[in-house]
Each structure stands twice: as structure tokens, then as C-alpha cells.
Design a protein around this ligand. Structure first.
Ligand code: ARG
Ligand code: ZN
Length: 884
């Protein structure tokens, strides 16, 4: 809103800070509209910086009402300081260390951007990452300035009986008059300002204890809305398991006497790893069998672990600057994925993670918002909390593990913790630890951090029966991305095997080309060749096993080859991959087939036969079978199509294929559905969740046929559901079809859950995702529903987000009305909360691959948004990158 053309920040411009801040004493008197912040900073020149005689001190600060400022106890008057919209400058500070005391006021109630201190359903809370601390007080608000904080909080006892800050509690008391009280917290660990947090509110506590392996007793607390304590047990259980896991897997122990988590209802993202005081979107804490789905349980487990793991990867060792965001995020996602894999099924976890990567990161990497895992320039850093930084960042760490093997990878991590504890570092520092611990050269590997785009590996396998030899040629193509026209080949660890006639892995000898480790090839050039000996029969290539690198692989395989892999591949990830490929390829073939009916019928029956075989395989668990039964989504097929995408045509082909498969599999699906029926008491564990997943996947497929019986079964599924997983699954399906029970079921769900602000989001989302033609009108009407609130990010995501991101058919309406609606809502949200608005714009990230008509309409919607007079820096950056 400030400047029309803000200047980008460049990685190349990084300079160490000129001043350092060693200690911070904050005294915060909480008030809904006039919170007073007194900040006492001990400041000194940075010996590392080339500071001259007259280097001004420039503190960041936004939306602050300055009351007074004093230096070494003496009140300052202009021009000894100046203030602007972005900060406070002291033109000539003393050479010797000095103390600065500043008093400012902020208004939590008016804070709809949810950065700095704000109110969420009457609870004071804060969010400082990336640059929210400057909305609390003037500061060197950058991650390479590490200080020790002592915080005194004061508030009305009635409104905020609970007062929390980072670190350990050291004092508390009641003030004269007995209406207000205070609490003092001290954090002994130096930290950057983005990890600062406070909470004040009337909250219920679920308390527990954890003893670290060296015997430190830690008080654990999860603070939630009164009456919701019972819904915090799963989060507490996840927290303890995560704490233990980090000790055994990475040797990392917790380092304070208390660890608190607070669940709040208004939150821009998922959660935040503030030192000793994690603040969470309540959606990622609260769960009970009646109110949360298995997917909710899983995300709670992984996000609680993620934020906890940040204590070492992010907090003890932090980022030198925001370009290094993946240093903490990619690594911590990798760690939480590993934790989930070991808590559940490793293969299913891998499939889930790869689905997510392909659904969110691949399109980003192939569209106008593409950026390297470590970007080199940004206008608004909050726009870079992306799937590329997080999920691709995790894949890059996983590749390091694949290259080194588990043990050397651990040695590199140990060295990293040893060498950099207490520092703010870079990706180079991180990777150097693996190089130093293993002797492996990672110079070329660094391109994963600096080049955007998804590498395409076009592979070709030839077989010479007489010489019992096979040759694999891998052509690596790297398409240009914004700001990167020419790219260097990347180092790809390609895990692979050749399957013999009997379906077993052949014991091949690599005669030409480099093997990193047995079964992992090093793809290093634009064209890399490998020759294998001892190949006794025509081999079927199983490439990119366990998805060993974030790339796309193409190789000529027939439908029969895919069916063969679905039966035999010993790499279960690739077995799923074969099935997924088979299905999406069949749907795509339908799109331009002359006689689609005949084609679908034959493809579907062969595919169904292969699926049937897997469903009867007793060595596969239910969760895995569920993944096989979940056919690729419309959006997945659209992504495969890549150009001239027409969502209506894909939706029809998808429906025809799914329906045909469901008809062929009728008996098996009936059997699966009956076999997996409930009866046992609910448990969120992987095994029970897998059973529900399989049953619900069967239900989805059967519903695709759309017969009266199918709709009756669906309604019964909803009515008989004894847990939210089944109820919500049925709700989404029913909301998506014109079954006679639709209105009744939606009404029933609404009546049951209208007082639960979390559960009701499922009701909004179910309607927003419906592929029925009425959906857009209904979504517009729901925007005026009394339970919808445009200032609450969870509501915006449930209704507008679900429509734009999870409803490819209706968002991409041929008339462009979906695009217009989104653009209009984004402008409305932008005036309140730029971060959330900019995220919603992400729904346009693949607009260039649409067929010409839709593409034109999406582009005009974007252009109209670009012309808006009051556009935030956040949205301005996204829109201009999209239209570039
Ligand atoms: N560091 C948080 C995480 O664990 C993300 C918070 C980012 N928030 C923001 N407003 N940019 O992923
Ligand atoms: Zn994180």
C-alpha cells in the first residue's frame, strides 16, 4: 500500500549488521487497543562490520506509535533521531556500547494482518516471522542479530489470567488494586527477533512432563480454549514422541525447563516455532474422533513434530538472512517426514509426500512463480514460504541422504550441530558439513539450491539379447524459468533396478556410467549413458525408485509393462507409481480418442484386473491399498496434460474412466467395503486409519457410478459414521453429487456442528469443492453466511481457498466467472490481510497452461487485480510475476 514499485531485496547485497544487540528487556502492558511496549536494548558496534566513524543506527519499525526514546538514560529529541514509516534512525550513536530505551504503543484489536501482536477470539498472541517484530517495537529485525530476551508481561487478570513468553518463567505477581497482574520470562538462549512470542488470555491447560535422556525434567503445556482440553491429548502424545525421536535419531535434546504450545483460532499459516512457546493454528492441535479426520490427526502429528524439531534446526542454528529460509524449513520438513515415516508406513508416507510435492511444488516450479529453493531476490519475503522452499527443500536434503547413506548423513548432521550451534548460517555452511564429514564433493549438487524448474529425465533403454547387455540413456532437459534462461545439468541420484521376466530384480553389473551406491546411478550431464551386463532377459526398467529425486522421468512402457510392475515391482513406491501412471495415461488417452467408449472399456478392464490382483495381495497393508484405489485426481491429470488444459474435458474423461473401473471391480469393491466396516473402537493409529482409508477409497470409487444403490450406500455411510473421518468423507462426496439426500445431509451436519468453529469449516469446504454447476453461486452466498468471517484465515481457506485450489472444474469455469470471483475476493482480503490474500492468488499459478479461452479470462482477472489502486506489496509482487 505504501510504494507502487518497491525495490527487490537481493541476496548479493547481504552485509553483516553494523550494530549488534546483546540483550533485550521488554515490558509489555497488554491492552486491547493501546498496548504499551517499553524496550531496553543494549547495543554495540559489530566488530565484524566495516563500520566508520559516523554509521547511523537504523532500527526497523512499522505501524508503531512512538512515545519517547532515551539513550543511556538521557531523553533524545529530534534531530538526534528521526522516524519514518519503516523505522527509526539515530544518525550519530556513541562509539561505545550504549543502552537505548524506547516506548511505543500498538493496537492489537485493529491488527487484521495478524503480524505483530493481535487478538484472536479475545486472546493476545503474536506472530513475528518473518518481519513481525518490527510491528511490536523498533529493532534490528533480521535473523542474524541474536539477543537474550527478558520479558515482563502485564494484563487484566480477568481477560488474561495466563501470561506466557519465551524461555523459563522467573517471577509473577498481582498489582495494586488486584485487577492487573504480571509475569516475567527469561530466555537464556540468544535468538533472532522472529522467534519472539507472547500470549495472554483466558486459556485452559493440558499439562504433562517429559524427562530428556540426560535427565532434564521439562514441563509440557498445551493451552487451548476452555472445554477443549480433551482434544489436546493427541498433540501432547505427538509432542512427546517427537521429543524422544529427535534424541534417538539425531541426538538432539530439549534445552529449557518448559515447553509450551498455544492453540489460537486466527493464524496466517500453520504454526510457529517460537523458542519454548510454539503458537499454533488450532486446526493443527485440536482433535477427537468425533471432530477430526485421520488426515487431521496426521497433520497434527507432523506439524507438532515439525515445530518442535525447529528447536535445533532453526532456533539453535538459524538463518543468516531470509534467502536461507530453506536452511531451516527444507531440513525441518525432511525431519518431520522422516518422523512420520517411522511412526506410520514409510511407503505410504512417501506416496503422500510425493503426491503433495507434485500437486503443489511441480506446478509452482513450472509456472510464473518458479524460484530456486534458495531465491536470490524478493520483494515480500512472506511470499516465499512456498512448496519450493519447504517441500522441494526437503527433497534436496533427502537427496544428500541418498547420496551419502544413512550413517554419513548422520555424521554430517552431527558436524552441523557441533560447528554451528548458536550461529546464523547459510546453505553453503550446511552443505559443507556433509562434504567435510564424508569427503564427497557437493559443488555440482549446489545447483539444486540455485536453479529453479523441475528437471525432465527422458530415458531410453535398449536390450541386446545376444550380448546379455542393456543400455540406458538419460537425457536431462531443463526448461527456462523466470530469471533463468540457460541452466546447467543437475546432479540426479537415480535409484533404479531392472526387473526380469519373473518380476525379480536382476543382479546386473554396471559396466559403464557411475553408480553412487548399489542401485543408485549418478546422472550428471545433459546426456548420461549407462551400460549394464548380465541382463539375461528383456528387462523392465524400474526408475526413480522411492522417488529418489524431485524430477520427472519418461520412458517408453506399454500398458502391459505397467501392469507387470503393479504386480511385481519390489519397490512399493514404484508399484504405486505404475498404477498411477496407468490410470492417468488412460484418462488422457480418452481425451483425444476417436471412439472413447471402446478405448475406455478396454483400458479400464485391464487396469481393473491389475488393481484387483493388488487388492487381494495379503502382504500389502490397507493404507497402501487405499493409495492404489485413489485414482489420480482431475488436477493430477491436468498437470500431466501440461498444455491447453480444458478442465471440463478432463473431468468428463476422469469420470468415464473411474466409472468403468468401478463397474469392472464391482464385486471386489463390495468385498473390500464390507470387510473393512467398523465395529472396533476408534483409534487414530496407522493401522486403523489405513482401514478407514481403504473403505473410504472404495466408497469414492463406487460412488463414481452414480446409481441409486451407490447414493443409498453413500447416505448410509454418512448416517452410520461413528467418527469424523467417515462422516466428513461422505459429506464431501454427497456435496459433490445430485443425490436426493444432499440437502438433508448438509443441513444435518450444519445443525450438529454450527457451534464448533473448526468443524464447521469442513461444511464450508465440502460445498466449495463440489463439481456441480451451482457451486460458484453457492460459494458467493456462503460468503454472506453468519458463520463466515473474511478476517479469519481458516474461514477464507475453507471457503474461498477450497473453491480456488480444490475445485479445478468450477474454478476453471469456461466463462471465467471463477477467476473473476477470486480476483474480487483477493482485493477484499488484501485490504485486511495481505499475506492471506497473496496466498489465494497462488490459485492462478498454472494459468498459462490453460487452453486459450480460459487462459485469456484468467489473465484479464489478473490484470484487473493489478490495476487496483490499493494493492499490498505482497499481492503486487505475485501479480506482477504472473503477468511478466
Ligand atoms: N516457521 C513456520 C513454519 O514452521 C512458518 C511461519 C511463517 N509465517 C509467516 N507469516 N511467514 O513453517
Ligand atoms: Zn517450519
Amino acid at each position: 500500500m505504501k510504494s507502487e514499485h518497491p525495490k527487490p531485496v537481493l541476496l548479493a547485497d547481504y552485509r553483516p549488521p553494523e550494530y549488534l544487540i546483546d540483550t533485550v528487556d521488554l515490558d509489555i502492558a497488554l491492552d486491547p487497543i493501546k498496548t504499551r511496549v517499553v524496550s531496553k536494548l543494549s547495543i554495540r558496534r559489530n566488530p565484524q562490520s566495516k563500520i566508520t566513524g559516523k554509521t547511523p543506527l537504523k532500527l526497523d519499525g512499522e505501524l508503531l506509535e512512538l512515545e519517547s526514546i532515551s539513550l543511556n538514560g538521557k531523553k533524545l529529541r529530534r534531530p538526534a533521531y528521526t522516524v519514518s514509516e519503516t523505522g527509526l534512525t539515530i544518525p550519530a550513536p556513541p562509539k561505545e556500547p550504549f543502552t537505548l530505551e524506547v516506548t511505543t504503543f500498538v493496537n492489537p484489536e485493529a491488527n487484521t494482518a495478524l503480524q505483530g501482536i493481535y487478538l484472536s477470539r479475545g486472546v493476545y498472541c503474536s506472530q513475528c516471522e518473518a518481519q513481525g517484530f518490527r510491528r511490536i517495537t523498533y529493532f534490528l529485525d533480521r535473523p542474524d542479530v541474536l539477543a537474550r530476551y527478558t520479558v515482563r508481561l502485564e494484563a487484566d487478570i480477568a481477560m488474561a489470567p495466563v501470561l506466557l513468553a519465551n524461555g523459563n518463567p522467573i517471577a509473577r505477581g498481582t498489582l495494586a488494586g488486584r485487577k492487573r497482574h504480571y509475569a516475567v520470562w527469561h530466555d537464556p538462549h540468544p535468538k533472532p527477533s522472529y522467534l519472539f512470542a507472547i500470549v495472554g488470555g483466558d486459556l485452559a491447560l493440558l499439562a504433562s512432563m517429559f524427562t530428556t535422556r540426560s535427565g532434564r525434567k521439562v514441563d509440557l503445556g498445551i493451552y487451548v480454549e476452555h472445554g477443549k482440553e480433551a482434544r489436546a491429548h493427541w498433540a501432547m502424545d505427538s509432542l512427546k514422541r517427537a521429543m524422544r525421536w529427535d534424541e534417538t535419531r539425531f541426538g538432539r535434546e530439549y534445552d529449557l525447563d518448559v515447553f509450551n504450545i498455544v492453540a489460537v483460532s486466527d493464524f496466517n499459516m500453520g504454526a510457529m516455532e517460537n523458542k519454548g512457546l510454539n503458537i499454533f493454528n488450532d486446526r493443527l492441535i485440536l482433535a477427537s474422533p468425533e471432530t477430526a479426520t485421520d488426515a487431521n490427526y496426521e497433520s497434527i502429528e507432523s506439524v507438532v513434530a515439525h515445530e518442535y524439531f525447529h528447536n535445533w534446526t532453526g532456533n539453535r542454528i538459524t538463518c543468516r538472512d531470509w534467502f536461507q529460509l530453506c536452511l531451516k524449513e527444507g531440513l525441518t520438513v525432511y525431519r518431520d517426514q522422516e518422523f512420520s515415516a517411522e511412526s506410520r508406513s514409510r511407503t505410504v508416507q512417501r506416496i503422500t509426500d510425493v503426491r503433495q510435492l507434485r500437486a503443489l511444488q511441480f506446478p509452482e516450479d513450472q509456472g510464473p512463480l518458479a524460484h530456486p529453493v534458495r531465491p536470490e531476490s524478493y520483494i515480500e519475503i512472506n511470499n516465499f514460504y512456498t512448496p519450493t522452499v519447504y517441500e522441494k527443500g526437503a527433497e534436496v536434503v533427502r537427496m544428500i541422504e541418498t547420496i551419502l547413506g544413512r550413517e554419513k548423513f548422520r555424521a554430517g548432521m552431527d558436524l552441523y550441530f557441533d560447528r554451528h550451534d548458536g550461529q546464523a548460517v547459510t546453505i553453503e555452511d550446511f552443505v559443507a558439513c556433509f562434504a567435510d564429514a564424508s569427503g564427497v564433493d557437493f559443488t555440482e549438487f549446489m545447483r539444486w539450491y540455485t536453479q529453479s524448474g523441475t528437471p525432465e529425465l527422458v530415458c531410453d533403454l535398449t536390450f541386446d539379447r545376444r550380448r546379455k547387455a542393456a543400455e540406458l540413456t538419460v537425457h536431462q532437459t531443463l526448461k527456462p524459468s523466470p530469471g533463468k534462461a540457460k541452466k546447467q545439468p543437475q546432479f540426479v541420484p537415480l535409484a533404479m533396478a531392472l526387473l526380469g521376466e519373473n518380476g525379480k530384480e536382476m543382479d546386473i553389473a554396471v559396466e559403464e556410467g557411475k553408480e553412487i551406491r548399489p542401485g543408485v546411478l549418478a546422472v550428471t550431464h545433459h546426456t548420461t549413458k549407462f551400460r549394464f551386463g548380465n541382463v539375461t532377459s528383456r528387462p523392465i526398467p524400474s526408475l526413480l525408485r522411492n522417488f529418489s529425486a524431485p524430477v520427472n522421468v519418461t520412458i517408453a512402457l506399454s500398458d502391459d509393462d505397467l501392469a507387470f510392475m503393479m504386480h511385481h515391482d519390489s519397490d512399493l513406491f514404484n508399484r504405486w507409481q505404475a498404477s498411477n501412471k496407468y490410470a492417468s495415461r488412460s484418462i488422457l488417452a480418452h481425451l483425444d480418442a476417436k471412439r472413447p467408449k471402446t478405448l475406455i472399456a478396454s483400458k479400464a478392464s485391464k487396469f481393473a484386473a491389475a488393481l484387483e490382483h493388488a487388492l487381494h495381495d495379503s502382504t500389502l497393508d490397507d493404507a497402501y491399498k487405499a493409495e492404489l484405489l485413489k485414482l489420480p485426481a482431475v488436477a493430477d491429470v491436468a498437470r500431466e496434460k501440461a498444455v491447453r488444459v480444458d478442465h471440463a474435458a478432463i473431468f468428463e474423461a476422469h469420470r468415464a474412466f473411474s466409472c468403468a473401473v468401478a463397474e469392472k471391480l464391482a464385486d471386489t469393491l463390495d468385498e473390500v467395503y464390507a470387510h473393512t466396516s467398523n465395529g472396533v473402537k476408534f483409534s487414530p493409529n496407522a493401522k486403523s486409519a489405513g482401514r478407514r482409508a481403504l473403505r473410504n477409497a472404495a466408497l469414492t470409487l463406487m460412488t463414481m457410478r452414480g446409481t441409486g444403490d451407490d447414493y443409498a450406500r453413500l447416505e448410509a455411510h454418512y448416517r452410520q459414521a461413528s467418527n469424523m473421518t467417515d462422516a466428513a468423507h461422505a459429506l464431501v462426496l454427497i456435496a459433490g453429487v445430485d443425490s436426493p439426500a444432499r440437502d438433508d445431509v448438509l443441513q444435518d451436519f450444519f445443525e450438529r456442528w454450527k457451534d464448533d468453529h473448526l468443524v464447521i469449516d469442513m461444511w464450508f469446504a465440502a460445498q466449495a469443492q463440489s463439481p456441480r454447476t451451482e457451486t460458484l453461486d453457492e460459494v458467493k452466498a456462503l460468503c454472506a453466511h453468519p458463520l463466515f468471517k473474511i478476517t479469519t484465515p481458516n474461514k477464507v481457506r475453507a471457503l474461498i481457498g477450497a473453491f480456488a485450489m480444490a475445485n479445478p472444474l468450477q474454478f476453471n469455469r469456461a466463462d471465467g466467472a471463477g477467476y473473476d470471483f477470486l480476483a474480487e475476493k483477493v482485493l477484499e482480503i488484501d485490504a485486511l490481510n495481505p499475506q492471506v490474500a497473496a496466498r489465494m492468488l497462488g490459485a492462478f499459478r498454472s494459468y498459462r497452461s490453460l487452453e486459450p479461452k480460459r487462459k485469456g479470462r484468467a489473465k484479464s482477472a489478473l490484470k484487473r487485480a493489478a490495476m487496483a489502486t490499493r494493492l499490498s506489496r505482497d499481492c503486487r509482487e505475485i501479480v506482477s510475476r504472473m503477468l511478466e
